[in-house]
Design a protein around this ligand. Structure first.
Ligand code: NAD
Length: 299
């Protein structure tokens, strides 16, 4: 049995920590929000009065926080995890944050004598509940070997992507592809509508031809061809447009910092920013097809 401290018991952290409890581990958790602490308590997590108390004397500490600044504050702030955890504890940050912030987290952990992993996820809340997340990990081999068996209790695929920050790099490259491809697929369906081509006909061709991609075959943005896609339930998420915009912005921050040309990534970021600002941040990101059609238009 491994003793685990879990900080951040929100939409993702709650089901992830609950899966560790179900697997028989002792999980002590903390969140700033009382309702999150209460829900975690009901799921079998031992609720601590502070982050410092949650991480004291643990084998592994996992964080699942909103953004880079929360992660750096939680680890490096006064009375933070680096001051409160015992030497030898493995630190795993599963939040989606800037590559640079992830590298800062690793550097601070190493300086304080801790092994660490950045291990962002894909799969969303449904994947967290079903323990079918994909983890993309960055860090040293030894840290990955220690963390993998625990991550495997919350996910079905665990990939060691490389050194510090490589997990975050993989996550934002993948999601930049996703944002661009969803807009591309949406544009193709809109063009088909204007040309009198049925959704099903375009799906039947493109899902088995060179236009094939996940945004068509698993997450088709029009109702009908893929019954499980959010298009069939009025674009309830799924993967909210606000989270897509967050990840696209992270991709653009990384592109700028590394001097990488990503013109379509930049365009996708602008389109999702406009989509979110138009009031759709809480909708599934595939709902951008409705907004692209223009006001009053129907598919
Ligand atoms: P969330 O806002 O539901 O949960 C984050 C929790 O962290 C909140 O409950 C908040 O109170 C808590 N928190 C913030 N600062 C804290 C601190 N210093 N100490 C203790 N608790 C603190 O967010 P989420 O949807 O669970 O997402 C978490 C991370 O996972 C984000 O980085 C997100 O981008 C990423 N992610 C989310 C999804 C998704 O579908 N929700 C999918 C993949 C990745």
């Amino acid at each position: 049995m491994t003793s685990i401290g879990f900080i951040g018991l929100g939409n993702m952290g709650l089901p992830m920590s609950a899966n560790l409890v179900k697997a028989g581990h002792t999980v002590t958790g903390f969140d700033l929000v009382a309702a999150a602490r209460e829900a975690a308590g009901k799921a079998g997590v031992t609720v601590a009065a502070s982050a410092a108390e949650a991480v004291a004397d643990k084998d592994i500490v996992i964080t699942m926080l909103p953004a880079g600044r929360h992660v750096l504050e939680a680890y490096c702030g006064d009375g933070g995890i680096l001051e409160s955890a015992r030497p030898g504890t493995l630190l795993i940050d599963c939040s989606t944050i800037e590559v640079d912030a992830a590298r800062q987290f690793h550097a601070a952990a190493a300086e304080a004598g801790f092994a660490s992993l950045d291990a962002p996820v894909s799969g969303g809340v449904a994947g967290a509940e079903a323990a079918t997340l994909t983890f993309m990990a960055g860090g040293e081999e030894g840290a990955f070997a220690r963390g993998e068996p625990i991550l495997a209790l919350m996910g079905k695929k665990i990939v060691h992507c490389g050194p510090a920050g490589a997990g975050q790099a993989a996550k934002i490259c993948n999601n930049m592809i996703l944002g661009i491809s969803m807009i591309g697929v949406s544009e193709a369906f809109i063009l088909a509508e204007h040309l009198g081509l049925s959704h099903q006909a375009l799906f039947d061709v493109a899902s088995t031809s060179s236009g094939q991609c996940w945004s068509i075959t698993s997450y088709c943005p029009v109702p009908g061809p893929v019954p499980a896609s959010p298009a069939n339930r009025d674009y309830q998420p799924g993967f909210a447009a606000a989270l897509m915009l967050k990840d696209l912005r992270l991709s653009q921050a990384a592109a700028q910092a590394s001097g990488s040309p990503t013109p379509l990534g930049a365009a996708a970021t602008q389109l999702y920013a406009l989509f979110d600002a138009a009031g759709y941040a809480g909708r599934d990101f595939s709902g951008i097809i409705e907004w692209l059609r223009g006001p009053g238009a129907k598919g």
